[in-house]
Design a protein around this ligand. Structure first.
Ligand code: ADP
Ligand code: ADP
Length: 216
């Protein structure tokens, strides 16, 4: 049976950072809906143009196109043993669609680590985040600095600050998280899948806590 992990938590809590580390130790592919949208934007696709109009405002991209994009990704051969989902689902409609989709592969969501941190921590993390153009590796100017300013340690590509990490858009994204995504906490708790992990700790501590959850 394949294993599917959903990393849940507010913007900036460390989902992408942890997903990359956990993908390495579990061998599961890391699927980030945000990275997939940014890839489409970079390539100038029709989906990218549509997504950009929502992302720039800090709003969610409509469920139907988001679900189609994830469906296509999960059908690829590297996902045959499962996947680590980061940033999807973000609404209960997406969560229901994911359950239906995984049942087609004889799978289901197995673990939902819910990473938490205070709003002040989220703001500081998003404000200092630098993202790699090539593969979405993330750094923090204070907490996880690259070896060379402006250059990704892993693929030497340029680091940039995302437009939607600007203060006014961040406020909107956190608001959207509380209204549209936070209902997934109860959704997965009711299904016995949710485990809370304190994301306010240093990166290596959070990783150790997450790996302990996945061993259960
Ligand atoms: P998310 O994917 O949830 O939006 P990221 O993984 O992109 O979050 O992390 C947001 C920012 O916070 C990045 O700059 C990252 O380097 C930094 N970061 C992630 N985890 C931690 C941590 N445990 N302590 C300090 N900074 C962190
Ligand atoms: P973060 O890591 O800071 O939480 P992401 O990279 O996951 O941000 O997402 C960036 C933006 O992409 C979101 O603000 C939203 O506009 C869009 N997006 C990402 N995932 C989804 C999703 N599952 N549903 C709708 N929109 C999404």
């Amino acid at each position: 049976m394949p294993t599917y992990i959903v990393l849940l938590g507010p913007p900036g809590v460390g989902k992408g950072t942890q997903a990359k580390l956990i993908a390495e130790s579990t061998g599961l592919p890391h699927i980030s809906s945000g990275d997939l949208f940014r890839e489409n934007i970079k390539n100038g696709t029709k989906l990218g143009k549509l997504a950009q109009s929502y992302i720039i405002k800090g709003d969610l991209v409509p469920d139907d196109v988001t679900i189609d994009m994830i469906r296509e990704r999960l059908c690829q051969s590297d996902c045959k043993d499962g996947a680590l989902l980061d940033g999807f689902p973000r609404t209960t409609v997406q969560a229901d669609a994911l359950a239906n989709l995984l049942s087609e592969f004889n799978g289901k969501v197995n673990f939902v680590p819910y990473i938490t941190a205070s709003e002040a921590v989220l703001l500081e993390r998003l404000n200092g985040r630098w993202t790699c153009r090539a593969q979405g590796h993330v750094f923090h100017e204070k907490y996880n600095p690259p070896q060379k300013i402006g250059v990704c340690d892993f693929d030497q590509s340029q680091l940039y600050q995302r437009d939607d990490d600007k203060a006014e858009t961040v406020t909107r994204r956190i608001q959207v998280y509380f209204t549209q995504t936070a209902p997934l906490i109860a959704y997965y708790r009711e299904r016995g899948l949710l485990t809370e992990v304190n994301g306010g700790q240093p990166i290596d501590k959070v990783t150790a806590n997450l790996l302990a959850v996945l061993r259960k």
